[in-house]
Design a protein. Structure first.
Lengths: 290, 779, 156
């Protein structure tokens, strides 16, 4: 299971990387953490002509909190984001999801940007980004642009990044007072991809839900926001009956894929169970953060 | 157990001599071998499950820089001698022999069937070469399940068979089947299915083959369970005289039945190395291991049970269909053992058994740890289903049906005496260690709160090696040989045909020999893995504890007698008055007389003695198993099933086992736990899956799921160590037991957990989605 | 080919691997450090685990060229002079392994984990090692070895 021939570039700056991407376009693959890309190459499922290794670009690894946002450089290793006090404090949903990504050795190399640019719909970070309306900062030949999460995930393993663009940063909004988060998933084994996962966030204000976010992993070719269920929750007080109804609204009309690990009907049932469980946990966390 | 000298080592958890190298990365597995000029092989494999091969063009591959050679299946046939699978021939396989070739020539019969071999300077380049080999296929309808294979209209995989029956239907009866069923209070029908799953050793198959044209000698470094069986396979297939083939093995990274004989690919590698005149290495990658190395267990059973209203299992009538995949071998032999073992330790009065083996376009059926294990699954599942129908508890119905331990022993209806079987005691031990009534109370409280806990029990016996048979030992595995030699430096060397691949023979056999001979453990060396040096042998079938342990014991005793005979000339004492303790020979009662064993050896080698003195301190010992005996035990699992997600957690797992005397308790326990883990894996995680076109869907570790440290609880093990059958050798095997009985134990527990939903389970693989289907169907 | 310099087990090494060669293959083939094993080559089984710049990583998921300038520790480098480190000794005492093929990966992962979490309990250790696959042991003896090592480290 050896990798096929590939040319190799190791730019030192974002501009160099962008130039290389502009030159090679779809013939190039960006190598960040490698935890998703290298297996694809080893299985010879991908045959890029060029690997653009961005691990040597120093400017992509900063984590900073400013003005209602936490900005995470695309090359920030998942384990460092996990250890980051800024992330734990300001983006609890991301902090909840990070330990569920694979295993420690994967998180040693895997990156926030890499995972989100790979956009596996069963992965944890895309669901988190979609739940929080994260923003994706890309830089290309024509300059920088910011893509909201709702536009970023375009299809299965497909983002709206143009071939000449490099994802340089992902910004997550800061969670306010009274916001509680929960990331839960059903996986075959500890550390596996989610069969179904759910990123949930609830904000409580004087006992009522003032904001609700529910984004699924694993029920479609992209992460999916349960908008109807979210709208239903606004203004209501948390209760098991409320969460049951939210679960129904979130899952009655979904048509998840079927594969070796679960039928469509199985995923639908599990999705509903996760809504009930995540909302309960998010509400508990929200009370604590009031 | 009179004769073991000082029980210092045997019975103790002596630390392994293997571990110094294992723990420091100094183990030598096949892929670690580097020979001068060595090349690497990779295989072109069929993407289709069933097709005619119209053309194979290796021209482009041959031209690729770094590629040294490429051969098609047809070219390999020219270089080799056709013949049957060596292991099947060795074990006396039955049924018509389909014609098949090392690499596919006219047809491919499963997705992954090798079609061409590319030899290059590196595995990277060999795979590059494989990508540009062009193969023309004419696709044929795939036969992907047994019911289609049984249909005479299904396209035959083998032209010379004419259909897809690998071993035709045959039926046996034991006892009066008709009367037993006619007189029974009730007759119950079940269809029980076991799914396809596989060995998955951490190290794949592989070898380094090297042919010395000058000497005419083929040397193969292999990952194998028997260097001699590999040698026979290589010699036969390559048309080389057996004494000109040498097979070596170092450390082997697990096998569980997979690496026996030589696979088609390994034989192709050997032929290719001879053709190119340089050593060639091939080690399969995980994709090859999961799709092409072989799979097991895909069997279905139509079962009728004759039952009394009080819960006696009077008789069974079973129809088995086994899916042997594409290149029949082991799969055709499994039904006979299933039949023989089906009664288990119970008082069954009648058994009707019939079986058919079919070929399908899937990977070939290979031996996997307890190949006959489905008999225990069927029997233990059926007992629970009967118990539920009659309102009996699982322990209760088993205790009712266990054959009493009598002298002479009860006979299994299929012919073997249940000598020394302690099923009753193991079930009673479970009841002591697991508080069943307390569990039932906890279960009821949990159900009231919407949590589903369950408890399951199953029991088994395995012929490890099995009771002594009146006809004596049969077959090449009926006796075990060992050569024992006192080396000039005082080392007691044991040359064994055993080929450890995790069983720790380097330690256990040394423990036995050290005790029997009278030297420190460190003074015994176990030599394995070289056909030029070790006698015939095979590690498998849970036989090594008895057979190899026994020959080590008796052989050490024989060598000691020889050494004492010789020493009597040095010490001017009668051999009767001499003893060996702690590595020294001395006259009983006179410690001052002691001389080191090493000194005795040195004197023997000095050539000072004339022909009247036998100074050749070596023996060739054989052992036929002595009284042999059964191993067995009862297992209990407590599980929790999340009825919303289908996720099953094994909360507690208890084993009450009886393998007679333990050579090394830590090693015995390791074997049991590893087997149980595979059994839990089979139920909750592992399935070799194919779609209806015959594409393998479990080709990576992301889809073929093996249990991890979060899936296997602490396994509690009670050792019964009871019935002494033999004057000297009472070690019995445990290699396969865990894997045989864990699946029904866990399935029984899951069904118990889901009983509020009215669930009945007739299958072995219960992933979360299936659990929810059962819950929905039951309610 | 890309020229690289890196430190392996405390010694400076150079090489010229193809860009596509994994760190695992570079260690095994170019440097003859065959203690690091290939169990799957797609990052699931953990047999190839080594320590790079203080972190356990799967060497089959890194290119050799990506390790340029890094400090790499393999199983061979854990206990110089042919001895056994604390964890290795504890695993020997605990009968942790059988066929040994998964061993280097487990040892390296456990060494890295215990270094960061010296007081970890059993459940934490199980989770930390759940990315390493063993087919022989059922894991209990491996966990016991790690627990014993942690206890002995605390006694120092």
């Amino acid at each position: 299971m050896k990798l096929p021939h590939v040319d190799y570039e190791a730019p030192k700056t974002v501009s160099e990387a962008v130039e290389l991407l502009a030159e090679h376009q779809d013939e190039a693959s960006v190598l960040a953490g490698g935890q998703s890309l290298i297996p694809l190459l080893a299985l010879r499922l991908a045959h890029p002509a060029v690997l653009i290794d961005i691990n040597g670009i120093d400017e992509l690894s900063a984590v900073s909190a400013t003005d209602g946002w936490v900005a995470i450089g695309a090359m920030t290793r998942e384990y460092l984001a996990e250890e980051s006090g800024a992330v734990a404090e300001a983006v609890p949903l991301l902090a909840a999801a990070l330990p569920l990504i694979g295993h420690e050795a994967i998180r040693s190399r895997g990156t926030i940007g890499g995972s989100l640019a790979h956009a596996d719909p069963a992965a944890e970070l895309p669901a988190v980004a979609r739940a929080l309306d994260a923003e994706f900062v890309v830089r290309g030949q024509s300059g920088e642009r910011v893509v909201p999460a709702v536009e970023w995930f375009a299809g299965y393993l497909t983002t709206s990044r143009r071939p000449d663009e490099l994802l340089v940063e992902v910004r997550f909004p800061t969670a306010g007072r009274g916001t509680g988060a929960s990331f839960q998933e059903v996986a075959r084994r500890h550390g596996d991809f989610a069969i179904v996962g759910l990123a949930a966030s609830l904000t409580l204000s004087e006992g009522a839900i003032s904001d609700a976010r529910l984004a699924f992993a694993g029920i479609s070719d992209v992460p999916v926001r349960a908008i109807d269920a979210e709208e239903f929750l606004i203004g209501e007080g948390p209760s098991p009956g409320l969460f049951d109804e939210a679960a129904r609204r979130a899952t009655d009309d979904i048509d998840p894929p079927a594969d070796l690990h679960g039928s469509s009907e199985y995923r639908r049932k599990v999705a509903a169970a996760l809504v009930r469980r995540s909302l309960r946990a998010a509400a508990d966390n929200a009370y604590e953060r009031q | 157990m009179a004769a073991i000298a000082a029980e210092r080592y045997t019975g103790a958890s002596i630390k392994r001599s293997e571990d110094q190298r294992i723990l420091t990365g100094a183990g030598r597995y096949v892929d670690d071998i580097k020979l001068p000029g060595m090349l690497h092989a990779a295989f072109v494999r069929s993407p289709l499950a069933h097709a005619r091969v119209l053309s194979v063009d290796v021209t482009a591959a041959r031209a690729l820089p770094g590629v040294v050679a490429a051969f098609t299946g047809a070219e390999l046939e020219e270089m080799t001698v056709p013949g049957p699978d060596a292991l099947v021939a060795l074990l006396g396989g039955a049924g018509p022999t389909p014609e098949f070739t090392l690499l596919a020539t006219d047809k491919v019969r499963f997705a992954g069937d090798p079609v061409a071999i590319v030899i290059a300077e590196s595995r990277y380049v060999a795979e590059d070469g494989c990508e540009i080999v062009e193969v023309g296929y004419d696709e044929l309808p795939p036969v992907t399940n047994a019911s289609f294979a049984l249909d005479p209209g299904s396209p035959p995989l083998f032209a010379n068979l004419g259909n897809n029956i690998a071993r035709p239907h045959s039926r046996s009866e034991f006892g009066d089947v008709f009367a037993t069923f006619a007189d029974a209070d009730r007759v119950m029908d079940f269809r029980i299915e076991v799914h396809r799953h596989q060995n998955v050793p951490m190290e794949g198959r592989g070898c380094v083959a090297s042919y010395d044209a000058g000497l005419g000698v083929m040397t193969v470094c292999a990952a194998t369970q028997s260097v001699h069986v590999s040698k026979i396979a290589v010699a036969m297939r390559l048309g080389i005289e057996q004494d000109k083939v040498r097979v070596l093995a170092g450390d082997v990274g697990g096998s569980f039945g997979l690496k026996i004989g030589a696979s088609r690919e390994e034989l192709a590698v050997a032929a290719a190395s001879r053709a190119v005149g340089r050593p060639v290495k091939w080690v399969e990658d995980r994709g090859e291991n999961l799709t092409a190395s072989g799979q097991a267990r895909e069997e279905s059973f139509d079962v009728r049970a004759a039952v009394s209203n009080d819960g006696d299992l009077l008789g069974l009538d079973v129809k088995m269909v086994i899916d042997t995949g594409s290149y029949p071998g082991m799969g055709t032999m499994v039904p006979a053992t299933v039949e023989a073992m089906l009664p288990g330790p119970y008082k069954l009065a009648a058994l009707g058994f019939e079986s058919t083996a079919v070929t399908t376009n899937k990977a070939p059926y290979v031996a996997y740890r307890g190949p006959w294990a489905s008999e225990t699954f069927v029997r233990e599942r059926v007992l629970d289903l009967i118990a539920k129908d009659l309102g009996l508890q699982p322990l209760e119905i088993r205790l009712r049906n266990v054959a009493p331990r009598t002298d002479p022993p009860s006979m299994m209806i299929t012919g073997r005496p249940l000598a020394g079987v302690t099923t009753r005691e193991s079930l009673e031990r479970l009841a002591q260690v697991v508080d069943f009534p307390a569990f039932r109370r906890r279960q009821a409280e949990a159900r009231a709160r919407g949590r589903y806990l369950g408890i399951g029990v199953a029991t088994f016996i395995e012929a490890a090696p099995g009771p002594r048979s009146p006809e004596g030992p049969t077959g090449p595995l009926g006796t075990e040989s060992m050569r024992l030699r006192l080396e000039e430096d005082g080392i007691v060397a044991l040359f064994t045909g055993q080929m450890p691949h995790g069983q720790s023979h380097q330690t256990t056999l040394a423990q036995i020999a050290a005790d029997e001979f009278g030297v420190p453990f460190e003074q015994v060396h176990v030599v394995a893995g070289d056909t030029d040096v070790v006698p015939f042998g095979l590690t498998g079938g849970s036989r090594s504890a008895t057979m190899a342990g026994g020959v080590a014991l008796h052989g050490a005793r024989q060598l000691k007698a020889k050494v004492l005979d010789f020493a009597s000339h040095l010490m001017e004492a009668s051999p009767r008055d001499l003893q060996i303790t702690d590595g020294r020979v001395w006259v009983r009662g006179d410690p001052a007389s002691a001389i080191a064993v090493a000194e005795v050896a040195r004197r023997a080698a000095s050539g000072q003695f004339g022909s009247g003195v036998d100074a050749h301190l070596e023996v060739e010992a054989t052992f036929d198993g002595g009284e042999g005996g059964w191993s067995g035990g009862s297992h209990c699992a407590i599980v929790e099933v999340d009825a919303e997600t289908g996720i099953v957690t094994v909360e507690r797992y208890v084993v009450a086992e009886d393998c007679g005397a333990l050579i090394n308790p830590a090693i015995v326990e390791g074997q049991i736990r590893g087997g149980v883990a595979q059994g839990i894996g089979a139920v909750l995680l592992e399935r070799s899956a194919y779609d209806e076109d015959g594409n393998c869907q479990s080709a990576t570790f992301m889809d073929y799921l093996v249990p991890t440290a979060c899936d296997i609880p602490r396994i509690e093990i009670e050792h019964l160590e009871t019935v002494v059958l033999d004057a000297d050798v009472n070690f019995r095997g445990v290699g396969e037991g865990g894997m045989i009985v864990a699946p029904p134990t866990v399935v029984n527990a899951i069904e118990d957990a889901l009983s509020p939903f009215g669930v009945r389970i007739y299958e072995q693989h219960l992933p979360p989605a299936r659990i929810l289907e059962l819950v929905a169907a039951g309610s | 080919m890309v020229d690289i310099t890196l430190r392996i087990n405390g010694a400076t090494c150079t090489g010229s691997p193809e860009a596509r060669k994994t760190l695992a293959d570079f260690l095994r083939d170019d440097l003859n450090l065959t203690g690091t094993h290939l169990g799957c080559e797609h990052g699931v089984c953990g047999a190839c685990t080594v320590i790079v710049d203080g972190r356990a990583v799967r060497s089959c998921l890194m290119l050799a060229v990506q390790a340029a300038g890094s400090e790499v520790t393999t199983i061979e480098g854990l206990a110089p002079d042919g001895g056994l480190g604390t964890l290795q000794q504890a695993m020997w005492d605990s009968h942790s392994f059988q066929c040994g093929f998964c061993t280097p990966g487990f040892v390296m992962q456990a060494v890295a984990f215990l270094g960061d979490h010296p007081d970890a309990g059993e459940q934490q250790i199980r989770e930390a090692l759940s990315g390493n696959i063993c087919r022989c042991t059922g894991y209990q003896s491996i966990i016991d070895g790690v627990l014993l090592a942690a206890e002995r480290n605390r006694e120092r």
